[in-house]
Design a protein around this ligand. Structure first.
Ligand code: WT7
Length: 543
């Protein structure tokens, strides 16, 4: 009996469920991942391969002395090793944090420093970013290079050496639903990014929605375009599909309309999960790319991360003869909460209806539950399986998200009489550019490091392609003249410190930044100034 219980707990381990369990189900020789590199070269990895490679990585971690509860990050573009490492880390019950490969030094330092990360898996090209901040990260003991040799005396290890020496069998220890699993940082409008911590129990939510919302079936070929730095890339680019034994395409190349459509057709993709910015980029390309491609096997297209505008659905209906199913969720929710899904009538512009077991509500600032048609805070009744367990080292921020049994998402929305939810906006100043949440505070801090800049204020402004673009209002020190060179310097600095995605698309030089009496930047005023709208009540303004 006791043995049974332990076995149940092993099944509760996300990485076990995604690999060993699939082999036990008889899918060992099934392709788990078709890896397509940037030049179109293909390598297939079976569930057996995935199991063995992740076992090797888990054994390598054990041999280094990394233990349960330690934090290990991946800092990689899409590469097969990223998937092996992610699963190996979770098998060892080490917490896996994922980082975008375009992160700059400051963004890395915030995340690695706050989490007290024990190690990081990266590659030579990104290594120098880590070395520049390593002196400030005393807890970072292990740097594993997927394409480099080790220098163990410096704490640098070669992935190939480590895994070649490791056994390809691994005994996963009993893993409970509340064992921490995945860590991703999310940006708010003030303060440093917050580490959203998930647990192995989130598997139920990710697996359930991959089956019920994305509609994945055993013979599907599924392609999720999201980067693994993002919750979509882990929940729906790793955990959900592999826990169902589904074959996934992973593509290491960048965006290219022709290459993407070719991939969809040639690989017979049946279910495709992408994002509005990518879809809008496709929409701008030559229509014959789509009309001449054989996409007959593509059963459903899903989207996430930003509002899916009705024009994109109209385009998809016209050019691909298909709907696009919008889905809404957050790093914090871990899995899809509101969605359109195959079989449901779509109202273009609406995010759809709650996923199974999810109970959203539209709530006024005073806590009153609002009626259909009224706009308010989008909240979700607590208790879904993939709910985050905390913001790492920030219990008070975590506690502030919950009131009267509801989780406050930070978005505003309304529900119509048919029960469909419509996204209205965010209730904070966070910028959503191409699906990435960017903190204006992080960019303002980076801008202030530039000698010529006295103060700055950063906002998101509407953009046809990216949904929002980053606009920086910059007040220069007296006597400094704005030039093209200075603009370039500003862009480069933000890109190096924060990330290339956070780099301002527009820089507006101005004579002062509006602030309230306590010195808080009035971004509302900057937004109005940008759009030429009425500035509204400025009674608390200093200038
Ligand atoms: C925020 C969450 C979704 C996982 C990846 C991003 C916005 C997300 C939609 C959508 C309108 C959306 C919200 C949300 N968002 N999906 N379908 N329609 N807005 O996770 O970085 O935590 O961002 O992205 O504002 O709160 P995230």
């Amino acid at each position: 009996m006791l043995e049974m219980q332990n076995e149940d707990k092993v099944y509760g381990n996300i990485a076990y469920a995604c690999t060993t369990l699939q082999c036990e189900r008889g899918l060992g020789n099934k392709t788990a991942m078709r890896w397509i590199d940037a030049h179109g070269g293909k390598t297939d990895f079976t569930f057996n391969d995935l199991d063995r490679e992740s076992n090797r990585f888990a054994n390598a971690l054990d041999s280094l002395g990394v233990t349960k509860g330690d934090i290990f990050f991946t800092f990689l573009p899409k590469t097969p090793e990223q998937f092996f490492a992610f699963l190996g880390i979770l098998k060892a019950q080490v917490i896996c944090g994922t980082l975008f490969s375009n992160f700059g030094e400051e963004a890395l330092l915030d995340r690695l420093g706050d989490s007290g990360a024990a190690g990081i898996v990266t590659r030579k090209g990104l290594f120098k970013k880590i070395m520049r901040i390593r002196g400030k990260l005393p807890k970072l003991k292990y740097i594993i290079l997927i394409d480099g040799d080790g220098e163990p005396e410096r704490g640098v290890f070669g992935y190939k050496d480590l895994t070649a020496a490791a056994r390809d069998e691994y005994e996963v220890q009993p893993t409970t639903a509340d064992t921490p699993s995945v860590l991703q940082y999310t940006s708010g409008s003030t303060g440093k990014p917050k580490g959203v911590l998930h647990c192995h129990g989130s598997l139920q939510g990710q697996m359930g929605t991959a089956r019920d919302v994305l509609g994945l079936r055993h013979d599907d070929i599924y392609w999720c375009t999201a980067d693994q730095g993002w919750i979509t890339g882990t929940s729906y680019g790793i955990i959900g599909p592999w826990s169902l034994g589904i074959t996934q395409i992973h593509y290491g190349g960048g965006f290219d309309a022709q290459a993407w459509v070719d991939l969809l057709a040639r690989e017979h993709v049946t279910v495709w999960y992408s994002a509005p910015t990518a879809l809008r980029m496709l929409m701008r390309s030559d229509e014959t790319i789509f009309t001449s491609a054989d996409l007959s096997e593509l059963r459903s297209i899903h989207s996430v991360g930003e509002p899916l505008n009705p024009e994109v659905i109209a385009w998809s209906r016209r050019v691909m003869n298909r709907d696009i199913y919008d889905t809404w969720f957050q790093t914090e929710t871990g899995a899809i909460m509101i969605c359109n899904r195959p079989g449901m009538e779509i109202f273009p512009g609406s995010m759809g209806k709650p996923a199974t077991g999810i109970e959203p509500a539209i709530v006024a600032d005073d806590g009153t539950i609002l009626k259909d048609g009224e706009q308010g805070n989008l909240c979700i009744k607590i208790g879904w399986p993939s709910m985050f367990s905390t913001y790492l080292n920030n219990e008070s921020a975590y506690a502030s998200k919950f009131k009267n049994g509801y989780y406050y998402t930070g978005d505003t929305a309304r529900r119509d009489a048919n029960g469909y939810y419509w996204f209205m906006g965010r209730s904070d100043d966070v910028i959503n550019t191409a699906g990435h949440l960017i903190s204006p505070f992080e960019i303002e801090s980076a801008l202030l490091e530039i000698d010529e800049i006295a103060e700055s204020g950063v906002i998101g402004a509407p953009d046809e392609l990216l949904y929002e673009k980053v606009v920086a209002f910059v007040h220069l020190h007296e006597g400094v003249v704005p030039t093209k060179d200075l603009e370039l310097k500003i862009r480069l600095h933000v890109s190096n410190k924060a990330s290339s995605i956070a780099t301002p698309q527009e820089i507006i030089f101005c004579d002062g930044i509006p602030k309230n009496k306590s010195g808080k930047i009035m971004r509302r005023v900057l937004r109005a100034r940008y759009s030429g709208a009425d500035i509204g009540d400025t009674s608390t303004l200093e200038i």
